[in-house]
Design a protein around this ligand. Structure first.
Ligand code: BTN
Length: 278
């Protein structure tokens, strides 16, 4: 009889030793996209650190406008809300990848790797995707929870980090075109994983790595580099519709992937405008 790992806000948050992430945890049975729900809560700055989970999404989305689909109860689908995040978007993206890779590694019992910018791979296949969305939000002037209430600036930066981790999928449950490139924790581990444990570890890891990134971004870069599948490899990518090939020589926390181009010169590629081809 498989263990019941239905998402339960109390089981996820009880004695969670985090400072910022998961101060409030919501679980939806079914929603459009957890990123949209988290963004709605940004109207009140007190919701910084909120995490929204769903058993199923009807309009889940991925990077580059792709859909993100998962049958009910098979994944860990969640979004966390950061208000006034001070990290540059490239660094934030790398930090989330490092945090999730570390948590997944402890659950899977093997090292997770990172495919730039923030796909997490186990046994060479994608097990998790991360979608970071940022925008500025206008808050009502009399919002009692807005620390900026006394100032004239009512706009605050809002960042939503959406994470989808494949947990209980069988190989057949992926569409045929994804079977060679996607996997789940159960497939890799050969046993049913526990999504509550996974949720708690991932939130704790995100909380810790987001703090580390504020104080010591070199540590994030070092860890990201040690887990990267691109570093020191030949890479072909599309940037704003143009194709570039080169040798990956590093990552820049503000500007993205650094390539020594085949045609000469060194160039950086930010995640927002770049798609890896090979
Ligand atoms: C990717 O393209 O690899 C990123 C996928 C991110 C999917 C997650 S699932 C939870 C959150 N809600 C969404 O609509 N997308 C993210």
């Amino acid at each position: 009889m498989p263990r019941d790992d239905r998402l339960d806000p109390d089981r996820i948050s009880v004695k969670l030793k985090t400072r910022r992430i998961g101060r409030k945890v919501l679980v939806y049975e079914r929603t459009g996209s957890t990123n949209d729900i988290a963004a709605e809560y940004a109207r009140n700055a007190d919701h910084d650190g909120l995490v929204v989970f769903a058993e199923e999404q009807t309009a889940g989305r991925g990077r580059t406008g792709a859909q993100w689909q998962s049958p009910y109860g098979e994944s860990l689908l969640f979004s966390l809300l950061l208000i006034d995040c001070t990290l540059a978007s490239e660094l934030l993206s790398l930090t989330c990848a490092v945090a999730v890779a570390e948590a997944l590694g402890t659950v899977a019992g093997q090292r997770a790797r990172i495919k730039w910018p923030n796909d997490i791979l186990l046994a060479g296949k994608k097990v998790c995707g991360i979608l970071v969305e940022s925008k500025r939000v206008v808050r009502p002037p009399d919002s009692p929870c807005s620390p900026l209430r006394a100032t004239s600036d009512k706009r605050r930066d809002t960042t939503v980090i959406g994470i989808g981790i494949n947990c209980h999928q069988s190989a057949e449950s992926f569409p045929p075109e994804l079977r060679d490139v996607a996997t789940s924790l159960d497939l890799v581990g050969g046993a049913r994983c526990d999504r509550i444990t996974l949720a708690r570890r991932t939130l704790a890891s995100l909380d810790q790595w987001l703090r580390t990134a504020e104080e010591n971004k070199e540590r994030v870069i070092e860890t990201w580099s040690s887990l990267s599948t691109q570093l020191a490899q030949r890479v072909t990518l599309s940037y704003n519709g143009r194709t570039f090939t080169g040798h990956c020589i590093g990552i820049d926390p503000a500007n993205g992937l650094i390539l020594q181009l085949d045609r000469g010169g060194v160039r950086m590629f930010d995640a927002a405008h770049t798609t890896l081809l090979k």
